[in-house]
Design a protein around this ligand. Structure first.
Ligand code: HEC
Ligand code: HEC
Length: 389
C-alpha cells in the first residue's frame, strides 16, 4: 500500500474512534519505576483520579480555573476546549467542532503523547506535548513558547517534517487548537510531575499491595499545577532579545564561515564542513533519551527498549544535525529565528547554546559574531546542495 493511502486510512481511524478517557502516561511511569526501582501502580491509580477530576476527559475536557488566580484562570478558554474536543461536526452557523480530532490526533495522539496512529512512519516523531518542551520558539531555551510562537507554528507547519501547515484553517479554529494544545501540555506535564512527586515524596512505593489510602493532598496538586501554568504565563517575559544586525555582506559571511569551523562555536563538529551534514554523530533527542540513555539503557538495544515499546513508546530514532546546505529550515527561518537558535540552542535536542560575551573572547561569541554566523548559515542555504529534492 502506498504510504499516503495508509496514512489516510490511519487518519480515518484516528478520527472516528471515540475515546472516553485520556490514556495514562505508562511510558513515563515505567521510566520512574525503572530509575527508582519502585512499583508505581498505586501512585498511578491515584494520580489518574486527580488528573481526571481536574481536567476531565477527551469528550468533555475541563480547564480547572477554580484552582487558579488571575491570568491563569483564562490561559485556556473553555469555549476553545468545546470546539477542539469531541466528535467532528459543524453547526448551522458554520462553527466547527472536534478540531483536534480532525487535524491533529492521528499524529499527536489523544493525550498529546506524540504517539498517534500515524506517528511510526515519521522522522522526527510528532511532538509529545506532555513533557512541556518545544523547539521552535522565540523564548529562552528552558521557557515555554509564546502564544504567537504557537500560532505562527500552526500557520507555517514544520518544513521537512510531517508537521503540516494549517494556514487554511480559520483564525478562530487555530486559536481554539492553540488553547487545546496548551491544555494537553499542562494536563500531561501535571500528570508527570504528580506521579514523580507521589513516588518520591509521598511514600507510595512502600504502600501495602492492597492499600486504598489516598495520599495526595489538594494543596500539593494546586502547587504543582500552578507552577506549570505559571511557566506558560511567563513565556512572554522570557523572549530572547535580538541585538541590532551587523551588515550582511561578504565580509560578514567570511567571518561567519571562520567561526562556524572554529574552536569556540565548533558548529562543524555536528553540522560538518560547510554544513554538509557529513559529521558523524550518534545522538538522540531528549524525548527518547528520557526512557533510554538517561536511565542507563541503550536506545538502540531492542530488548532493553521492549518494555517501553509495549507501554507505548516509539522506537528511539537518531537525531541528525541539520544539513544546512540544503536550505530547509524547520523553525521560522528568518534571521532573528536563526540568531535565537544559535544563541539558545534548540530545546529538546543536542544543539547547544552559546555564551554571549560583550568583548571577543576565547569562551564565547559577541552578538555581532552570532550575526556573522547567521549570515553564513543563510549563505549556505542559498547554494542548493547536490541532494536537494
Ligand atoms: C501528519 C502528522 C502531523 C499532524 C497532522 C500534526 N502534527 Fe504537529 N508535529 C508533527 C511532527 C512530525 C512534529 C515534530 C517537528 C519537529 O520536531 O521539528 C510536530 C510538532 C508539533 C509541535 C511542536 C513544535 C515545537 O516548537 O516543538 C506542535 C505544537 C504541534 N506539532 C502542534 C500540532 C497541532 C495543534 C496539530 C493539529 C492542528 C498538529 N500538530 C498536527 C506532526 C504532525
Ligand atoms: C552537538 C551538536 C550540534 C552543534 C555543536 C551545533 N548544532 Fe546546530 N543542530 C544540531 C541538531 C541535532 C539540529 C537539529 C534539531 C532539530 O531539528 O530537531 C541542529 C539544527 C540547527 C539549525 C536548523 C534550525 C532550523 O530552523 O531548522 C541551524 C541553523 C543550526 N543548527 C546552526 C548551528 C550553528 C550555527 C552552530 C554553531 C554555533 C551549531 N548549529 C552547532 C546539532 C548541533
Amino acid at each position: 500500500m502506498r504510504p499516503v493511502i495508509l496514512l489516510c486510512l490511519l487518519l480515518a481511524i484516528g478520527c472516528d474512534a471515540a475515546i472516553d478517557q485520556f490514556p495514562a502516561n505508562d511510558v513515563y511511569a515505567l521510566t520512574l519505576a525503572h530509575s527508582r526501582d519502585v512499583r508505581t501502580e498505586l501512585a498511578q491509580r491515584d494520580v489518574a483520579e486527580v488528573i481526571r477530576s481536574l481536567f476531565g476527559t477527551p469528550e468533555s475536557p475541563v480547564w480547572p480555573s477554580e484552582i487558579f488566580d488571575g491570568e491563569a484562570k483564562s490561559l485556556v478558554k473553555s469555549e476553545s476546549l468545546t470546539a477542539a474536543a469531541g466528535p467532528i461536526f459543524s453547526d448551522r452557523e458554520g462553527n466547527n467542532f472536534g478540531l483536534f480530532n480532525k487535524h491533529c490526533v492521528a499524529c499527536h495522539g489523544v493525550s498529546g503523547s506524540g504517539a498517534g496512529p500515524a506517528a511510526v512512519f515519521q522522522n522526527p516523531y510528532p511532538r509529545d506535548f506532555q513533557a512541556g518542551v518545544f523547539k521552535w520558539k522565540s523564548t529562552e531555551r528552558s521557557a515555554k513558547p509564546t502564544r504567537d510562537d504557537l500560532v505562527g507554528l500552526l500557520h507555517r507547519g514544520v518544513k521537512g517534517t510531517g508537521m503540516p501547515s494549517f494556514a487554511l484553517v480559520s483564525e478562530a479554529d487555530v486559536s481554539a487548537l492553540t488553547d487545546y494544545l496548551v491544555y494537553l501540555s499542562v494536563r500531561g506535564e501535571a500528570e508527570r510531575k504528580l506521579l514523580a512527586f507521589a513516588i518520591d515524596e509521598l511514600g507510595y512505593d512502600d504502600s501495602e499491595d492492597d492499600s486504598s489510602e489516598f495520599l495526595i493532598e489538594d494543596a500539593d496538586v494546586h502547587q504543582i499545577v500552578g507552577e506549570i501554568v505559571e511557566s506558560w504565563l511567563d513565556a512572554s517575559k522570557r523572549g530572547v532579545p535580538v541585538p541590532k544586525e551587523v551588515a550582511s555582506n561578504t565580509d560578514s559571511i567570511a567571518r561567519g564561515k571562520d567561526l562556524f569551523h572554529g574552536q569556540i562555536a565548533n558548529c562543524v563538529g555536528c553540522h560538518g564542513p560547510g554544513g554538509n551534514g557529513a559529521a558523524v554523530t550518534l545522538d538522540f533527542d531528549d524525548w527518547a533519551k528520557e526512557y533510554s540513555s538517561r536511565i542507563g539503557l541503550t536506545p538502540t538495544n531492542r530488548d532493553a527498549m521492549k518494555p517501553f515499546r509495549q507501554a507505548g513508546a516509539l522506537r528511539p530514532r537518531q537525531i541528525k544535525p541539520r544539513q544546512l546546505n540544503q536550505g530547509v529550515l524547520r523553525g521560522a527561518g528568518d534571521g532573528k529565528a536563526i540568531y535565537r537558535q544559535i544563541s539558545q540552542g534548540i530545546a529538546g535536542t543536542p544543539m547547544p547554546s552559546l555564551t554571549i560575551t560583550k568583548q571577543e573572547s576565547a569562551t564565547g561569541l559577541t552578538s555581532d559574531q552570532v550575526w556573522d554566523l547567521v549570515h553564513y548559515v543563510q549563505s549556505l542555504g542559498s547554494q542548493p546542495g547536490d541532494t536537494l529534492p
